[in-house]
Design a protein. Structure first.
Length: 378
């Protein structure tokens, strides 16, 4: 059994905060967490934090690698390594509106990465191509398509990890949503022009997520609440928020948090290859994307994902919402774990859970990431 000892900080356990604690780990899982009385040899946190490892359900790239261009075990590993430096201990590599052969390859690559024991990969997120061209964002609308029987059959095949599919509810039949959900696919609504009634019908059919709430969907209007209004009113779906001071303004973020159940909100990065890499531009489906002023942007001003890492999202959320880090961390750990149906093994620091955590300094900068039985150098 390995013992990790911490003093003079804040250890956010499932039972509350401890200032000094010992985390006992056996076979990659937490065997016990107990208050520390003998402080000899312990890591001095100097006012820092030990938080549950972050879980990011929307990661397009990192470390100079774009998943769309590197659909492989090596590509997934490189992306995971880049994000682990920022406290992410679980993630879904995300494919941006690919053709059916690329979707098949992405699903297979995630299976292979899990089988190979690549740290942190939990499955795959297929974002598109069943989207609405009116809300395409940076996606290439020429790749958009209907959910035909062949694509549906591909998406419902059993997989090793979780499969999240983002689609526009107005572009599919309700029975198709039910078929996906019945097969264990986690369906999220996004890049959509759905009106309020269509969105609510989709939630009734089993759509359990809203992909980057507010972005790539019509704004809330007094007589046209649309997807945003449905999501704010309905307590059932988990809603992803990109907290980077670019995608959504701080007042709107605070309003959303007040309107919805806290446990159904989660942070996502929508990260691009620039995260964890010293790059000033990259290519996305033939588009030149510049990385400047903390954003990834096309020449026409369209945002292309983000230059955001999860540690920064957590730190910004502490500022935006006025909450303590141990409360905010649920947005990046327990809540996305619940969305993925993984609360039984991830999302909190408690006995029986995977030994996944991140150490942040007193300014919430990442210092160390631990995934099961390995420590990731930062």
């Amino acid at each position: 059994m390995n013992r990790f000892r911490f003093v003079d900080g804040h250890i956010a356990t499932g039972d509350g905060l401890l200032s000094d604690a010992e985390i006992c780990v056996e076979f990659g899982r937490i065997a016990a967490i107990r208050p520390l009385r003998d402080k000899s040899g312990a890591v001095d946190l100097a006012g820092g934090w030990v938080l549950p490892g972050f879980i990011d359900v929307q990661v397009n790239g990192g470390g100079g690698v774009l998943f769309n261009d590197h659909i492989s075990v090596d590509g997934i590993a490189a992306i995971g390594t880049a994000h682990a430096r920022f406290g992410t201990t679980g993630f879904l590599p995300t494919l941006i509106s690919g053709e059916p052969d690329k979707i098949a390859a992405a699903l297979d690559a995630a299976d292979a990465a899990i089988a190979a024991g690549i740290p942190a990969v939990l499955g795959v997120h297929i974002e598109g191509p069943v989207l609405n061209s009116a809300r395409k964002g940076i996606h290439d609308a020429s790749r958009f398509r209907r959910l035909d029987p062949a694509l549906l059959e591909l998406l419902v095949r059993p997989r090793r990890g979780r499969v999240v599919v983002t689609l526009a509810p107005e572009m599919v039949a309700i029975d198709e949503i039910r078929t996906l959900v019945a097969a264990g696919v986690i369906v999220s609504a996004g890049h959509s022009e759905a009106d309020y009634d269509t969105a609510r019908a989709a939630f009734d059919a089993g759509v359990s997520g809203v992909t980057h709430l507010f972005n790539a969907m019509p704004p809330l209007r007094q007589r046209e609440p649309g997807m945003v209004g449905a999501a704010l009113e309905d307590p059932r779906p988990w809603c992803g928020l990109i907290v980077d001071d670019v995608h959504v303004s701080r007042p709107v973020l605070r309003l959303a948090m007040r309107a919805r159940p806290f446990e159904r909100m989660m942070l996502v990065t929508d990260a691009m290859p620039s995260v964890g890499a010293n790059v000033t531009h990259f290519m996305l489906q033939g588009h030149h994307i510049d990385v400047r002023d903390g954003r990834c942007v096309h020449a026409d001003g369209t945002l292309a994902g983000s230059n955001l890492d999860m540690a920064t999202a957590v730190a910004k959320s502490v500022e935006v919402f006025g909450l303590a880090p141990d409360r905010v961390t649920a947005l990046a750990s327990a809540n996305p774990a619940a969305f993925l149906g993984l609360s039984h093994e991830r999302g909190v620091l408690a006995a029986g859970q995977r030994a996944d955590w991140v150490i942040l300094d007193a300014d919430l900068k990442p210092l160390d990431t631990h995934i099961a039985d390995r420590t990731i150098a930062i």
